[in-house]
Write a protein that binds this ligand. Structure first.
Ligand code: GLP
Length: 270
């Protein structure tokens, strides 16, 4: 199962992610980062931006692939994941925007009915990731129902990038970004599949707050099941879950995870 690291707060989680990614970029200046939207990764991006500045790290060759995008939103829409990734990651980190890809980039708001554009977009995206040599570190959040990217419960654990239908709860959760109006939240998305995510060499999942406790417990200690897509991480050779006390509160082996991390030799990193 993934290594579980329990931290005081999001800032501490951010520093752990930033250290690992900064060291990666120093040794591989054209590293490929897997990027995610949502509130959970924000402190990690901020910490990485600070480390990049403090340690004068060259970001100009670092490449990026985002997890997902809504169908039907123009790229210029402030809540498109294209806009969000560029605002929260590309600009603060000083990445070259031409080297950062979001699955909807080629669709540019094309409607669900536009099969000519949509039918091959997922396979093309997976091929682009592979052509880049694969993702080195994929950052992940988690939905309250255990979704990662937009892989809702029931998603194939072997899936590639494809068009999916959002569940009602995800649209309710995300209505806060659309004037609290669920009717403005798109019904469909394009998302890296669980199989795509599992091919990244290192997965770092961040979860904070009591609302994520059940999803975190199912992910780490429940059975591997398409009904908790994040539980696929149990099958990944290098996955790290960083949580605060509230998100860790339903873990049965919480004390053991804390003990193991406290006694881990520094040279192992995460
Ligand atoms: C959305 C995104 C996910 C994200 C989830 C949780 O559904 N597609 O990638 O993990 O929200 O978001 P947050 O981190 O804001 O709780």
């Amino acid at each position: 199962m993934p290594e579980v690291i329990i931290v005081k707060n999001e800032a501490e989680a951010g520093e752990i992610y930033a250290r690992a990614v900064a060291d990666l970029i120093k040794s591989k200046p054209d590293a490929v980062l897997g990027l995610a939207t949502g509130s959970s990764p924000l402190a990690a991006y901020q910490a990485l931006a600070k480390t990049v500045k403090d340690e004068d790290i060259d970001m100009s060759r670092v490449r990026g692939f985002a997890l997902d995008e809504y169908i039907g939103l123009p790229l210029s829409h402030p809540e498109s994941y294209h806009s969000t990734i560029h605002r929260t990651v590309v600009e603060p980190l000083g990445m070259n925007p031409d080297l950062v890809h979001v699955p909807g980039d080629v669709l540019d708001g094309a409607p669900l009915e536009d099969g000519d554009k949509l039918a091959h977009a997922g396979a093309d995206y997976d091929a682009a990731i592979e052509a880049a040599g694969g993702i080195d570190v994929q950052i992940l959040g988690i939905g309250t129902d255990g979704h990662v990217g937009f892989n809702e419960p029931g998603s194939s654990l072997a899936s590639g990038t494809r068009i999916k239908t959002l569940v009602e709860q995800t649209r309710v959760d995300n209505a806060r970004f659309f004037d609290d109006d669920i009717d403005q939240v798109p019904t469909h998305c394009i998302t890296q599949g669980i199989g795509t995510i599992m091919r990244a060499r290192h997965l770092v999942l961040l979860a904070f707050g009591a609302g994520k406790a059940e999803a975190v417990a199912q992910t780490c200690e429940g059975g591997v099941s398409a009904f908790c897509p994040a539980s696929a991480l149990q099958m990944h050779p290098h996955a790290t879950i960083i949580v605060d006390e509230a998100a860790a509160s339903s873990l049965r082996h919480k004390e053991y995870y804390q003990y193991a991390y406290t006694h881990k030799p520094a040279w192992q990193g995460i």
